[in-house]
Design a protein around this ligand. Structure first.
Ligand code: GLN
Length: 536
């Protein structure tokens, strides 16, 4: 089958959930047996989001091949159970860099290099790149930003060209917002009409409109939107607030979204969808009544998206443990020896979050000490694991000045130190230890119990590392280094086996938990937290 391309754009407002809609479309097509991938184009100039802080851009996701990516790739992986790569996330910065590199090499010799055709050609080449690998029946391309943004123009022009070139093999889905005016008691379609007009003025006619709404859309409203926007009435689909983002594929299916797509693309639309496991997951999620309460200790907890993959991984694990997940966010800047007990009262388990730089790190040390001494299940991830190590060195090994060389100019006890190969690096972008690396787990350890396998591969994003000069001292005093990289001997996992659950990972397990394959460490952490809750 020829690869089909679906473009997802957004209008009216940002944060309407284009990533969820793209993932849901992908899920429905996958459930019909098609091979699907999703990619995101981001219209900013940064080469990748790795250099953006979470205030700007939410979580930075990491692919197996070591690309620092937009957090929507996390949704794609969690919904579809696929692995994305660098080719699934392209920014304007990368498009321009590729074109400029080619220009310097002389590829355009004699020609003026311009947005059209050179930038749009490069966009088109990247849109089709995954398709030309012949692995996929469908390539869904989500365009970041909102129609009307100056930055989005080259992307929309590329979609116009591709739709012209690909005919039935291309389809455009436009997501808008239908606000509810309480005073008038009405849903308003005018912003949608304007957004579609804007898109049409750029030569792109949407085939399907998805209307984000907080209230049910009636058929009059759908008719009206269809009439004004040149789309079929059945192709006006609502996306209403759902109790879980994972309900969205089913809500789309109920409205025939998959059928419309297939028919418009000339494919058969009869036959059943394989969504059994997905529905089972949702049922289990909806029927959980008891809660498990997990504290997230980090410096960006006030931002909803900063630890997206962690909260999603926790929620998958809670569902498979028949619990409703309750997250309590704790700003690590504010945690002190005096208030930590009060802050962690009624908490069943604690996640010490990843992070960079020294702000808030003291609160992470205090948390690690309190949960260790009071035997509260604790999961340290990346900087969270490093905090566990530093706290243990200070308070158990008696190395009062133990620290990470990231946090201080000098310490005699850098128990977390910069990696040798990082020392000469001066560029900040894309230069950390990134992507999936192998790790061997010690037989009989608590971590081994959780994973049930000796060889794992997990994704990394860090510059600093456990300092092996101290390994023996840690082990003799009870903190075991149970996960080791077989090639470099780097310590990837520490645990205190005598505790209920006290495990820290240098890698980020949260990037690989999916709806249908929840991560083993998160499952085991939630199980331990429930057990602790019951014992309290
Ligand atoms: N800042 C730490 C490092 O670079 C931890 C990074 C992280 O938590 N992702 O090693």
């Amino acid at each position: 089958m020829e690869t089909k391309y679906i473009f997802v754009t957004g209008g009216v407002a940002s944060s309407l959930g284009k990533g969820i809609i793209s993932s849901s479309i992908g899920k429905l097509l996958q459930a019909r047996g098609y091979k699907v991938t999703i990619q995101k184009f981001d219209p900013y100039i940064n080469i990748d989001p790795g250099t953006l802080n979470p205030y700007e851009h939410g979580e930075c996701y990491v692919t197996v091949d070591g690309h620092e990516a937009d957090l929507d790739l996390g949704h794609y992986e969690r919904f579809l159970g696929i692995q994305t790569t660098k080719a699934n996330n392209i920014t304007t910065g990368r498009i321009y860099k590729n074109v400029i590199d080619k220009e310097r090499k002389g590829d355009f010799l004699g020609k003026t290099v311009q947005v059209i055709p050179h930038i749009t050609d490069e966009i088109r080449r990247n849109v089709k790149r995954l398709g030309t690998m012949k692995k996929y029946d469908f390539v869904i391309t989500e365009i970041g930003g909102t129609v009307g943004d100056i930055e989005s123009l080259p992307y929309l022009e590329s979609i116009r060209q591709l739709k012209w070139e690909l005919g039935k093999n291309a389809l455009s889905v436009h997501l808008t917002y239908v606000p509810y005016l309480a005073a008038a008691g009405e849903l308003k379609t005018k912003p949608t009409q304007h957004s579609v007009k804007e898109l049409q003025s750029l030569g792109v006619q949407p085939d399907i409109l998805v209307l984000r709404t907080e209230h049910e859309l009636n058929s009059n409203l759908r008719k009206k939107v269809a009439l004004f926007c040149n789309v079929e009435e059945r192709a006006v689909v609502q996306s209403i607030d759902a109790p879980s983002i994972y309900e969205v594929p089913l809500l789309m299916q109920e409205q025939g979204m998959d059928k419309i797509i297939l028919e418009k693309m000339g494919l058969p639309s009869d036959g059943d969808l394989e969504l059994l496991a997905w529905k089972k997951f949702l049922k289990r999620r909806a029927s959980a009544t008891k809660e498990v309460t997990i504290a997230l200790v980090g410096k960006y907890v006030e931002l909803q998206d900063a630890y997206k993959s962690i909260t999603e991984s926790l929620s998958h694990a809670a569902t498979y443990n028949d619990r409703r997940l309750k997250i309590v966010t704790i700003q690590s800047d504010n945690v002190t020896k005096e208030n930590v007990a009060a802050k962690l009262k009624n908490i069943d388990g604690v996640v010490i979050c990843p992070g960079f730089g020294s702000r808030g790190v003291k609160g992470k040390f205090v948390t690690a000490q309190y949960t260790r001494e009071n035997d509260i299940p604790t999961f340290g991830i990346c900087l969270g694991m490093q905090s566990m190590v530093i706290e243990f060195a200070r308070n158990v090994l008696g190395l009062a000045d133990a620290n990470s060389s990231e946090m201080v100019d000098h310490t005699d006890n850098a128990v977390i130190d910069i990696m040798e190969e990082q020392k000469a690096i001066t560029d900040m972008g894309g230069t950390m230890r990134l992507g999936a690396f192998a790790c061997s787990i010690r037989k009989g350890s608590r971590t081994d119990e959780a994973y049930g396998t000796e060889h794992i591969e997990e994704r990394h994003r860090h510059r600093y590392e456990f300092n092996n000069d101290y390994l023996d001292r840690f082990e003799k005093s009870g903190m075991q280094c149970v996960g080791i990289n077989p090639e470099t001997n780097l310590v990837e996992i520490v645990e205190i086996p005598e505790k209920r659950w006290y495990i820290g990972t240098q890698f980020h397990p949260e990037y690989s938990s999916t709806v249908l394959a929840p991560h083993k460490l998160f499952l085991s952490f939630i199980t331990a937290s429930i057990k602790y809750h019951n014992e309290k």
